[in-house]
Design a binder for this molecule. Structure first.
Ligand code: DX5
Ligand code: ZN
Length: 214
């Protein structure tokens, strides 16, 4: 299993320590949650903090934009060192164009679905995608409870990927812990995001290791 710990749950008073812990851990990438207070009812951080993370992190940055009009910021996100730029399906009127812009900027293109958006909405774009990020909570906050219907949705997504021959990886975000992670692994997830589970653990590197084994 690939693991992408979410820095939203890190301690921003000593971000360096947490990033160094992740650098030394088995984490495959770092999940960076950007919120604008419009698309989601919360504000997290923006480009200055991402630039800081870029300087310290040695792993690829998996950027999850929970913002309206993400197409306006493709250049900024690339300049912050993102390897993957995830935009929400619900935030993009011209998703095909936005996906091409992300790829033309040299990043991998990910599209994120809110819990109420069905997988079938991706049918005409999935062949272009490097990644699909399924939200297993309503985005905006860490530490929420996993929505169990995500498991059925994951099965729908695996079927769509098989039918279309898409190479997209499947990432799941929200309420992931060892238990829900096990269920998601069985249902075909490729990447697990985990915030609270990792950062509230007595030994975060061990929590990452436990998810890696799934
Ligand atoms: C929520 C964010 C998540 C969040 C996950 O809107 O997209 O990445 O950090 O946090 P946990 O793992 O605590 O649910
Ligand atoms: Zn996220």
């Amino acid at each position: 299993m690939l693991v992408s710990p979410s820095l939203l749950s890190a301690h921003f008073g000593h971000l360096d320590n947490d990033i160094e812990m992740l650098n030394a851990s088995e984490a495959d990438m770092l999940h960076i949650d950007v919120m604008d207070g419009v698309f989601v009812p919360n504000i997290s951080f923006g480009f200055p903090v991402m630039k800081y993370i870029q300087r310290t992190a040695t792993k690829p940055l998996d950027v999850h934009l929970m913002i309206v009009e993400p197409q306006k910021f493709v250049g900024e996100v690339r300049d912050c060192g993102a390897e993957i730029m995830n935009v929400h399906f619900e935030a993009c009127t011209h998703l095909n164009r936005t996906v091409q812009q992300i790829k033309n900027a040299g990043m991998k293109a990910g599209v994120t679905l809110n819990p109420a958006t069905p997988v079938c909405m991706l049918r005409d774009i999935i062949a272009e995608l490097d990644l699909v990020l399924l939200m297993s909570v309503n985005p905006g906050f860490g530490g929420q409870k996993f929505i169990p219907g995500t498991l059925r949705k994951l099965a729908d997504l695996r079927q769509l990927i098989a039918e279309t021959g898409s190479k997209a990886l499947v990432e799941v975000d929200g309420g992931v812990n060892h238990e829900t992670g096990k269920q998601l692994a069985a249902a075909g997830a490729d990447i697990l995001v985990a915030g609270n589970y990792v950062f509230s653990a007595p030994d975060p590197a061990a929590a990452i290791h436990a998810l890696k084994q799934l």
